[in-house]
Design a protein around this ligand. Structure first.
Ligand SMILES: Cc1cc2nc3c(=O)[nH]c(=O)nc-3n(C[C@H](O)[C@H](O)[C@H](O)COP(=O)(O)OP(=O)(O)OC[C@H]3O[C@@H](n4cnc5c(N)ncnc54)[C@H](O)[C@@H]3O)c2cc1C
Length: 418
């Protein structure tokens, strides 16, 4: 820490933390913007940042109905990786992972990317062979992947039950060494701060309630803070995609479902990698603070409720304990839910809509956190050029009408179900 920063830290501590400068401005909405992004999650903020940085488009507003990062960006289990099988997904998620690798430097903000490796466990021959196929495909695409035996796995993760007595005995795993985690809300803060410095207006507590469409072109948004004119509108509202699209008269091939996760009380470091078990629908990691983060399956009924329920919490605990019996004495500290916009092929929807000037970035299912930098980069290019960026062209809305779906559904908590 530089002496100036240390002095400032001390000074602010003694003054009751009242004099910190704002990390980003709190502007009143202007009457008109070249581009308005709806949704102040990671995707919306990243889009605004890359619009300003890569394309010089700075007359941009991000409208967020609550506080930035308060949606799924701040509710996920923070896993980043690029272990996808389908060509389109593989290319996109690897591009995104490469951006993650330089993101703290680019934003000048520590988003705590930790490439501690991610493991997908195989519990039977079928899973071993499907993961081997995935690993081969990744290597063909130039992405790191290796199959590791049960012995290697037990050396790598001593706390994992690799014994024959385990409830679901483990055969081995597929490992992506460059996979890992990033601090989720720091991603929202980092993009917000960097976008703000380039002139983007970040407007919180501003709910988009209706769209003004003239001759099939979106011209303005009616919000809880008044009418805001827009040359182009980009929706990046995750679980609320169908709801916001309906304001433009669009029906999307998307259903919203709730996904829960939870954290334990903090422990000393015991788990320095991400462990995912497709057969159990479980994924477990340890935060830098020491908490054990646990996640599992989607709720099967559609819902916009951002809160959990006890049966799923019980299921997550059971699955985690099947892998890590020694966690049985841990106390749960917090559980929560987020709303995910599920597409039927598991791939996102990014690109134009039938309404001129209105673009969509959604359908991220339960895997969109890792997509944040790549999605922002490519959505910004799409908005700037008013045509789909090459990287995300396969993710168009039209694919559901032409049949060009990219079927890798389940590539989240149930990664082997591809
Ligand atoms: C429990 C859980 C675990 C997950 N784990 C992972 C994981 O480990 N790895 C991974 O890659 N992905 C994971 N995901 C998925 C990931 O969190 C999302 O795909 C991703 O965060 C979506 O980001 P976003 O910016 O599109 O959405 P959000 O962060 O949800 O941002 C959308 C914003 O739009 C705002 N909004 C909505 N409607 C309006 C409106 N009318 N007007 C203005 N603003 C509006 C919302 O308030 C919200 O802040 C998980 C999700 C959950 C719920």
């Amino acid at each position: 820490m530089r002496p100036y920063s240390a002095l400032r830290l001390l000074g602010n501590a003694f003054s009751g933390h009242k004099n910190w400068p704002r990390a980003w401005r709190d502007p009143e909405p202007a009457k008109q913007y070249d581009v308005v992004i709806v949704g102040g999650g990671g995707h919306g903020l990243a889009t605004a940042y890359y619009l300003a940085k890569n394309h010089g488009i700075k007359n941009v507003a991000v409208l967020e109905k609550g506080y930035i990062g308060g949606g799924n960006t701040g509710r996920n289990t923070t896993i980043i990786r690029s272990d996808y099988y389908q060509e389109e997904n593989s290319r996109f998620y690897e591009f995104s992972l490469k951006l993650w690798e330089g993101l703290s430097e680019d934003l000048n903000f520590n988003i705590m990317v930790s490439q501690r490796g991610s493991l997908q466990l195989a519990h039977d021959e079928g899973q071993w062979s499907s993961l081997s196929r995935l690993a081969n495909r990744m290597r063909v695409n130039g992405i790191d992947a290796q199959m590791i035996s049960r012995d290697e796995l037990s050396r790598l993760v001593p706390i994992l039950d690799c014994s024959d007595e385990a409830r679901f005995p483990v055969l081995g795993a597929m490992r992506q060494g460059r996979g890992g985690t990033a601090r989720h809300d720091a991603v929202a803060w980092g993009y917000a701060r960097a976008a703000d410095r380039l002139g983007v207006d970040i407007i919180q507590n501003c709910e988009v309630q209706a769209m003004e469409i003239v001759n099939n072109r979106v011209v303005a948004l009616n919000t809880s803070r008044g009418r805001i004119g827009a040359g182009t509108v980009g929706m990046a509202v995750a679980g609320h995609s169908s709801h916001v699209a309906a304001m433009a008269g669009l029906t999307l091939p998307i259903e919203t479902h709730m996904l829960q996760a939870m954290v334990s009380e903090p422990l000393k470091p015991v788990l320095d990698t991400v462990v995912m078990a497709g057969a159990l629908h479980a994924y477990v990691s340890q935060t830098d603070k020491g908490e054990i983060v646990m996640g599992s399956d989607l709720e099967f009924y559609p819902s916009y409720a951002q809160r959990g329920n006890l049966p799923r919490i019980e299921q997550i605990a059971q699955e985690t304990l099947a892998l890590f019996p020694s966690f049985s004495r841990l106390r749960l500290m917090r559980t929560w839910g987020g709303v995910n916009d599920m597409t039927m092929d598991g791939a996102p929807v990014i690109g134009h809509t039938p309404v001129d000037g209105l673009f969509i970035n959604g359908g991220w299912c339960y895997g969109g956190f890792k997509a944040t930098p790549g999605s922002g980069w490519a959505f910004a290019e799409t908005l700037a050029n008013q045509r789909p960026a090459e990287l995300i062209a396969p993710y168009s809305l039209e694919r559901f009408f032409t049949g060009h779906t990219i079927d890798e559904s389940g590539h989240g908590p149930i990664p082997q179900a591809q």
